[in-house]
Design a protein. Structure first.
Length: 276
């Protein structure tokens, strides 16, 4: 291979590297923690104000019911495919409903054992040092909930669709590949007084993965030496982000279905008397 041909090959490699590094150039390492807003969260905040007092609600647990492990073509993994603490996203979604005014008063139930132990410690300490007759510092009773949110992550299907395309010419090749997974979340709203399931909603989201890259393979010096170069980049949508947005969308659906079933209603905007 002549020097000019070598420069051409290196030029193609640089071009491939530039295309592949378009995504990777936006990745920053060592950045400070941040809160990433989602489109579904904005939809929750845009919900109108509640036309009644705050609804007291409890979230005990939001388990992973899929039993799925992280996919690996070579060996099985013990790590689960989805988060085991999804109730955090449920509580946050309920607390973020409507910027006009809070809808839900969420009470602690996931860490109820720790809460009860702390209250017992306070009560025993006060009895020991203040005496049982002192009624000024009596702990207030815990707030009970009229509704309970139950459900869980009920589905995680990996490799729902996959494919790609590529081309190679004289030892120079480019390729693109993609894969999609799906996660499904189910929510139930249960009445504490009757045990009746008032609402049941589900939401599904696609998790997309994409990769692209290129490679060069040429022989140099009368086929006695070989030049091999390869570059590429892959983008995977975080599973936790997908679960979070799916839960937020399920809460959004639950609120609107509750309006349809007359469980609650939106506060009507006051008419200013001006016709537009």
């Amino acid at each position: 291979m002549t020097f000019i041909e070598l420069l051409k090959v290196l030029g193609v490699v640089c071009l491939l590297s530039g295309c592949a590094s378009t995504k990777s150039g936006s990745i920053y390492y060592g950045e400070e923690p941040y809160v990433e807003a989602t489109t579904t969260l904005q939809k929750l905040k845009a919900i109108p104000e509640l036309d009644q007092p705050q609804i007291t609600i409890a979230v005990y647990n939001f388990p992973d019911k899929t039993g799925q492990r992280k996919p690996n073509p070579k060996f099985s993994q013990l790590s689960t495919a989805v988060t085991q603490g999804a109730e955090v996203w449920v509580i946050q979604a309920l607390k973020e409903v409507s910027e006009a005014g809070p809808w839900f008063r969420v009470v602690e139930r996931e860490g109820l054992d720790s809460l009860v132990k702390e209250r017992q410690l306070i009560r025993s300490t006060r009895e020991l040092y203040d005496g049982e007759s002192d009624t000024k510092n009596v702990l207030k009773p815990l707030v009970f909930a009229g509704l309970i949110v139950e459900g869980g992550i009920v589905g995680y299907d990996s490799n729902v669709t996959s494919g790609g395309e590529g081309a190679r010419y004289f030892g120079i090749g480019v390729k693109e590949q993609y894969r999609t997974d799906q996660v499904t979340v189910s929510l139930r709203l249960v009445s504490v007084q009757t045990g009746e399931i008032l609402l049941s909603v589900s939401a599904t989201k696609t998790i997309a993965s994409f990769s692209k890259g290129g490679d060069v393979f040429r022989f140099l010096d009368m086929s006695t030496k070989a030049l091999e170069l390869e570059t590429g980049v892959a983008t995977n949508e975080p599973v936790n982000y997908a679960i979070r947005t799916t839960i937020e969308h399920a809460v959004y659906l639950m609120i609107h279905e509750g309006v349809e079933y007359n469980l609650w209603k939106f506060k009507e905007e006051k008419n200013d008397g001006i016709h537009r």
